[in-house]
Design a protein. Sequence first.
Length: 306
Amino acid sequence: MKLFYFRFPNGISNFGDNLNPWLWDRLLPGVFDQDKTTTFIGIGSLLNNYIPKAHKTVVFGSGVGYGKGLPKVDESWKIYCLRGQLSAKALGVASELAVTDSAVLVRRLYKQTTTKVNRFAYMPHIDHAILGDSAWKLICEQAGIAYIDPRWQIEQVLSAINQTEVLLAEAMHGVIIADALRVPWIPIFTSTKIFPFKWHDWCSSIDVKYEPKYVMPLRKLYPPGPGVRSSLRYSLKCVKQAPQRFFKAFWADESKKMAIQLADIAKTSKPTLSNEARIEQLTVELEERLQQFKEDMAAGYFDHSG
């Protein structure tokens, strides 16, 4: 069985995507190899027309998003749970399959702490982190808040979120982990490359509204286009070709404006946090679905001849 998740080119690490091997290797040790006969789809907006064909396809907590079309769900698919009701509706499957994002299972693997180091921290979307690079640290310093880079290693991001009192973020899986670890959060929207559908999908599962706060975009670096993934090559090319003097002059002005906005949002906005009973209920439900998956494996459901 092969674990399928999005991987950025050039070895770029992204927290939301790389949660997959970190999480599933701990919850399902020894299950995954390079056998493409069965595909396991977990964390991410992966349910699109890019899914590789397989004898059987397992879906556990993923959601609809990106791509230019929906996958064809047939008898070869086994959906244990989806990110939210919007994904279930889009795929035309039973609403009972909508539980929540499987990243919530981090609650069972990472010990929460009451020790807080940062009052506020900001975590941008991966594409924006690539574009802004080290300038984000300057922006956050000017705003008086900590910076969490989605390109950091999993344990470093988990620790940084866990030690923060309130997380401001464009990165949805940063927010999902924050909510799972009981860290209040404020969603940030900076450009049309943020995909509201997946936010509404997940928020529907935890019974909260997606009400992002707007921060001015990095205008000169955000190319027009249908989605973050499709613009990645442009982003990397832009960063590679632009003279350093351009970035210094550009960021000096833009960073001040963004820092002011972030600081104001941090001080005046009411953060969101799902109900403790609700998030625990969802965690238990994910565990029950995971147990069913284990039982199906033991019964040979995913054998090549099954």
